[in-house]
Design a protein around this ligand. Sequence first.
Ligand SMILES: C[S@@+](CC[C@H](N)C(=O)[O-])C[C@H]1O[C@@H](n2cnc3c(N)ncnc32)[C@H](O)[C@@H]1O
Length: 343
Amino acid sequence: MTKIFILTTRGLESISAAEIAELDGVTVTETSYRRIAAECSGSLAPLLGLRTVDDIYLDLAHWEGVFHTRDMLAQFNAWSDRLDVQQAAINCRQVRPIPLKPIFSVSVSFIGKRNYTADEVKNSVSDSITFTHGWTYTADDREANLNIRVFVEHEEAYVGVRLGSHAQHERLYKMVERPGALKPTVAAAMLRLVDVQAGQRLLDPCCGSGTILIEAALMGASIQGGDNDPEAIKATRVNMKDAGVQGEIEQWDARVLPLRDGSNKRIVTNLPWGRQTFVNEELGSFYMQVCGEMERIVAAEGRIAILTSTPDLLHFNYLQLIQSLEISLFGQNPTISVYGATR
Ligand SMILES: C[S@@+](CC[C@H](N)C(=O)[O-])C[C@H]1O[C@@H](n2cnc3c(N)ncnc32)[C@H](O)[C@@H]1O
């Protein structure tokens, strides 16, 4: 049984936990703030297919009694002597090649004030691993075969080794970024919230660089989207090509969409909220018109998910709010609102 812990966006814990629990041989043991603990009895490779999570770690240790005083630096060094990094390397070899004597990096994050720095903790941990196992330390994560992460949270620390070669939220397809581009893991979570199925049509009327559309296409949906900005259309097309997906993309005004009534079962979008992307009119009036169009286009049994930091501006005549989730995103707290005709 391999113990793992998985990090996700604040607010998406239950969605990520459900996605993890769907994997064969994986049991979720605890869901807490931004973190999901699980046990894996089979191959670890399917974990790398998770779409809503930020990062996946093999669980190395949970240290308690992590105080703010400088004598902890010696304690970190002593605790690190007992980390079974050899087994972690063996487990990582299930999913990617790792040399017998890996080059490793250490990352440290803190919640709570302390009298020592993240770099000092890195030195304590890396000195111990170099001494005990003869591995080579690098300060540059990109040069490392293995990344060891220490999450110090108040008087506890969680220690893990990243399973993959890069963070799970980094998608290899993303080539052209635009202001307001959505985190792909959040896009994937929004698609799960409206239960997008392979073969189903999925519309994003304000697609920006196409994150939602690409995530949907990778789930097998048939995608349609647009934006009023020609540069966004170009970016979406480049990103779609890079991701190896196809769909219908047009330049349009989301307030007057050239689409038939009831033509889409699923609409998922990240509306402009005036911070990174702007609309050339008062936001309330813009939202009123776009919501009217989405309500016209969504099929009777359809679902709409919208991410915005101004959910109070969303207005529908007959669709009801089914679910509302506040998340943390780039220092803001926007809300994902899910609407449908029936609860
Ligand atoms: C928050 S961004 C979407 C980001 C996108 N989800 C991504 O990952 O890149 C909002 C988008 O709405 C577009 N937009 C603003 N007014 C619009 C309108 N009237 N019609 C269509 N799109 C519009 C902006 O150009 C911008 O690309």
